[in-house]
Design a protein around this ligand. Structure first.
Ligand SMILES: [Zn+2]
Length: 378
């Protein structure tokens, strides 16, 4: 079976295409993961496919012994053996040997790929437009509950010359979720005051928004949200994020760029250190700041960037020093490796960068925690 020429052909079909051929399409997209009910054992979110790694998985063990690739997925859904799965994906063995037939299938696959790309581009454009719509509904953050929230998080805004324009306030922002108990329909799980941050691309155009739903009665100021009994994250992005950042200001021409993952950490850094030439951008997610890493035996913590990842964040030309601020609340070794990969990518790709630095404010604490702790002292 291993020397069946169809094996390679079957393995070259993207996992998402296999899923769509099998009508496994009630999945929610979250970055490179798509999650939903398992085609065999059901549930709501136990099944997932990862389009980057090209694998699928069921948390309830349906994947055991089947293989995590597209062939295994066919076996799961069609309940068949390996050979039948190959037949399903590539046609029966004798037919696929015909080179004309194979060429025809390759053409069809190419068309499918292009169609999928067009669809992805369309979704992306629509997501960007919606993000701009949300942004346009917002009001200035100065003097709004956003100010109270940031103060609550220990960020002494009066030390800043002004509220960064990339932060705004939305008095009643809907929180939409997909209801998997009801055919995946989008429903409003919550509506309330939120801090909205502009996610901007290399040309400083708004292509996404980062939203933090607020509740001043809670210790950290973010809303406690649930839907169908499951906790929802109080912070969510919408639109395009890859390669982008939230620009939180600075002074003078940009020569040093300081980046934390979150808005709070990055703003805290800005309050802590305001020097000419220093600018502060939030990198939004670790995946975005780190980009893809080289992985394999012994490389998990090596922090070596995969320079072929052309979507990862890169600082603008002209920056001479890039500083990443590590959050205290993440897994320290892994986070360090990820941030190092991002820093090294920047050094390798941006000619003006002379120096890269990773700042870690201490075990289990981020800059923001330190500021909040300092407040308790007096
Ligand atoms: Zn399952």
């Amino acid at each position: 079976m291993q020397d069946d020429p169809r094996l390679q052909e079957a393995q070259s079909i993207p996992i998402e295409e296999v899923a769509s051929r099998l009508a496994v399409d009630d999945l929610t997209r979250l970055g490179r993961e798509r999650t939903g009910p398992c085609p065999r054992c059901g549930g709501t979110d136990r099944f997932s496919i990862n389009t980057l790694k090209q694998v699928w998985h069921c948390r309830h063990g349906c994947s055991d012994g089947l293989g995590a690739d597209g062939i295994g997925l066919v076996r799961l859904v069609m309940n068949c053996d390996f050979r039948a799965a190959l037949d399903y994906l590539c046609g029966a063995a004798d037919i696929s040997i015909d080179p004309e037939e194979r060429a025809r299938r390759e053409r069809v696959r190419e068309q499918d790929r292009r169609k999928q790309e067009d669809r992805a581009a369309w979704h992306r454009r629509r997501a960007i437009l919606r993000a701009r719509e949300i942004w346009s509904e917002c009001r200035p953050a100065a003097g709004s509950p956003v100010t109270d929230y940031l103060e609550q998080r220990g960020i002494r805004l009066h030390w800043l010359p002004s509220m960064p324009p990339a932060l705004q306030y939305h008095p009643a922002l809907p929180y939409m979720v997909q209801d998997h108990r009801n055919g995946g329909e989008w429903v409003e799980a919550h509506r309330g005051p939120a801090m909205v941050a502009a996610v901007t691309d290399a040309e400083n155009r708004v292509v996404g928004v980062h939203r933090t739903w607020l509740d001043p009665r809670r210790p950290k100021g973010t809303a406690a949200l649930t839907f169908n009994g499951e906790a929802l994250k109080a912070k969510k992005t919408w639109g395009h994020v890859k390669g982008c950042a939230i620009r939180l200001g600075g002074a003078g021409p940009r020569t040093t760029l300081v980046m934390g993952e979150g808005i709070e950490t990055t703003l805290s850094a800005r309050v802590a250190r305001q020097s000419d030439g220093w600018h502060f951008w939030a990198g939004i997610s670790m995946g975005n700041m780190a980009g893809r890493r080289k992985l394999g035996k012994g490389l998990k913590y090596a922090g070596i960037p995969d320079l072929e990842d052309d979507e990862a964040f890169l600082p603008p030309a002209g920056v001479r020093e890039l500083i990443f601020v590590q959050d205290g609340d993440s897994e320290p070794r892994l986070t360090r490796a990820q941030m190092l990969a991002g820093l090294r990518r920047a050094k390798a790709c941006i000619a003006s960068i002379e120096r890269i630095r990773l700042v870690h404010p201490g075990e289990g604490r981020d800059l923001n925690d330190i500021l909040m702790g300092a407040q308790d002292d007096h």
